[in-house]
Design a protein around this ligand. Structure first.
Ligand code: F6P
Length: 546
């Protein structure tokens, strides 16, 4: 099934032809109720989507498309444990991990909630022991530093959340994240640490990931320079679905925190993969994060499509990708503590929806997932915003705006917020040639000089953005925000008719790296490659310093 053949899609295509030149600036001028019409709340989270290239008719048509592909049915299938991850034969149940109502969630006839609750209880007990000092390091000192060793979903989520929730950190606790197999990452992290007070969390869903196992082995070597083999149990724990591989690595499965194959890697910080979060900010705050996720799940599952934040966000993304031909989506948090949020969103969105084959195995002839990018405001304004305002591509932007800072300081927060709002307003309004002319002449320009400068100072405007506004970045709000984006990605995958829950596209590189690694050994015969790869291997062998 291709969405291109759905009548509602075709109707949107016709509507696009009528609407593509309509100016948002004029629409705002004509309709004082535009904000009320195009904004929606879930708890304390407000989505203002009024600065989009839409009319009420657009939204109606987008909702009709969502109905035509039966989004409500997809939502129920996900929440009730249907095997919607077809290519891996799995349910998709990160929502069960934060199912705070504790109602049964069945997978293959078994309620998974007792499993979820048992792991949460194990995490809680472990965190308490570390925090109250009943679990000490090998020399009797308190644990002060957590080093999470993982990559992708076993790194980005916990790292992003720990950064974002730094104001909630348990006193005396620091969290570090090592992901890159580049030895620089591990070495520079360990250089700051004392093995007596460091706890390693080896996080890998599969426990086969080359980077993670390599880093974990080197971390253990570092630790054993100061401690004995029998001390490893006190300083190394694992989070995985693969107990056998954990045991083979030498970590007692007593020290393993389990999760399950129905938790996708990029959706996994809600599971035991969140252990470093709970160690860093305390289990109470980790549970507050889960509460926020659950609140958004209830919103997503129960709100009508037209008042459903993830559905609206997903549909707007489709509107720009497939009708306006937008290639990318910027996510710009005006909160320094969300610095890692865009990277987290890259995996969530691009690993989920970067697909060229539909659920039926056919090649797709329409755009799927966009490139996701961004950095915190206001830094981005002084780097790439030039292109968003005056470049030749349409780049929809999500502005994430917390009203209150955890670190209030004179007028910093007002300046930050004024800038975020100004960017959104400027993108929408632009600046016409007439406005520039008046401005320049007020500045004393005239004649040829004025005319030469004028076109450079025009802003085309009519560039779309969403604002996600909330009071403060609490654990609950962060949970809501992430769950909202997860569901947005899900809605888009359902409309594009792709499986958002596999990631076969990462496998080829892994296979080839395994084949190239032995070829890099000094005396090895080089196996068959293209001439570029072969010559690179030769050059690396020549240039390598022993
Ligand atoms: O290579 C991609 C990937 O499989 C991600 O999907 C996953 O989050 C990451 O690697 C890490 O995998 P693991 O947790 O199994 O080490």
């Amino acid at each position: 099934m291709t969405p291109l053949n759905i009548p509602e899609w075709q109707s949107l295509a016709r509507h696009y032809s009528d609407l593509k030149f309509v100016s948002m600036r004029e629409q705002f001028a004509l309709d004082s109720g535009r904000f009320d019409r195009f904004s929606v709340k879930s708890g304390d989270l407000l989505l203002d989507y009024s600065k989009n290239r839409i009319t009420q008719e657009t939204i109606d048509k987008l909702i009709e498309l969502a109905e035509a592909v039966n989004i409500p049915d997809w939502i129920e299938r996900m929440f009730t444990g249907d095997t919607i991850n077809l290519t891996e034969g799995r349910a998709v149940l990160h929502t069960a991990l934060r199912n705070r109502s504790n109602t049964p969630v069945m997978v293959d006839g078994e309620d998974v909630m007792p499993l979820v609750n048992a792991v949460l209880a194990k995490m809680k007990a472990f965190c308490e022991q570390v925090h109250n000092g009943s679990r000490l390091g090998f020399s009797g000192k308190r644990i002060t530093d957590i080093v999470n060793i993982g990559i992708g979903g076993s790194d980005l989520g916990p790292a992003m959340i720990c950064d974002a929730l730094e104001p909630y950190a348990v006193e005396g606790m620091a969290a570090h994240f090592v992901s890159n197999v580049d030895g620089t990452d591990l070495s520079t992290t360990l250089a700051k640490l004392n093995p007596e007070t460091t706890l390693f969390v080896i996080a890998s869903k599969t426990f086969t990931t080359q980077e993670t196992l390599t880093n974990a082995e080197s971390a253990r070597d570092w630790f054993l320079k100061a401690a004995k083999q029998e001390d490893v149990a006190k300083h190394f724990v694992a989070v995985s679905t693969n107990a056998e591989a954990v045991a083979n690595f030498g970590i007692d499965t007593e020290n393993m925190f389990e999760f399950w194959d129905w938790v996708g890697g990029r959706y996994s910080f809600w599971s035991a993969i969140g252990l470093p979060i709970a160690l860093y900010v305390g289990m109470d705050n980790f549970e507050r994060l889960l509460d926020g996720g659950h609140e958004m799940d209830n919103h997503f599952r129960n709100q009508p499509l037209a008042e459903n934040i993830p559905v609206i966000m997903g549909l707007l993304g489709i509107w720009y990708a497939n009708f306006f031909n937008a290639q990318t989506q910027a996510i710009v948090p005006y909160d320094h503590s969300l610095a890692r949020f865009p990277s987290y969103m890259q995996q969530l969105d691009m690993e989920s929806n970067g697909k060229f084959i539909n659920r039926g195995g056919q090649r797709i002839s329409y755009k799927t997932g966009p490139v996701i990018w961004g950095t915190p405001g206001t830094n981005g304004q002084h780097a790439y915003f030039q292109l968003i305002h005056q470049g030749t591509q349409l780049i929809p932007v999500d502005f994430v705006l917390p009203v209150n800072s955890h670190y209030p300081k004179s007028d910093h927060q007002s300046i930050l917020l004024a800038n975020g709002l100004a960017q959104s307003e400027a993108l929408m309004k632009g600046k016409t040639a007439e406005e520039v002319r008046v401005e320049l002449s007020n500045e004393g320009y005239e004649g040829k000089e004025l005319e030469a400068l004028l076109p450079h100072k025009v802003f085309p405007g009519n560039r779309p953005s969403n604002i996600l506004l909330f009071s403060k970045l609490t654990p609950e709000m962060l949970g809501q925000l992430v769950a909202m984006y997860e569901h947005k990605v899900f809605v888009q995958g359902a409309i594009w008719n792709i499986n958002s829950f596999d990631q076969w596209g990462v496998e080829l590189g892994k296979q080839l790296a395994k084949a190239i690694l032995p070829d890099l050994a000094d005396d090895a015969a080089i196996s068959a490659h293209d001439s570029s790869t072969t010559n690179m291997i030769k050059l690396i062998r020549e240039l390598r310093q022993s």
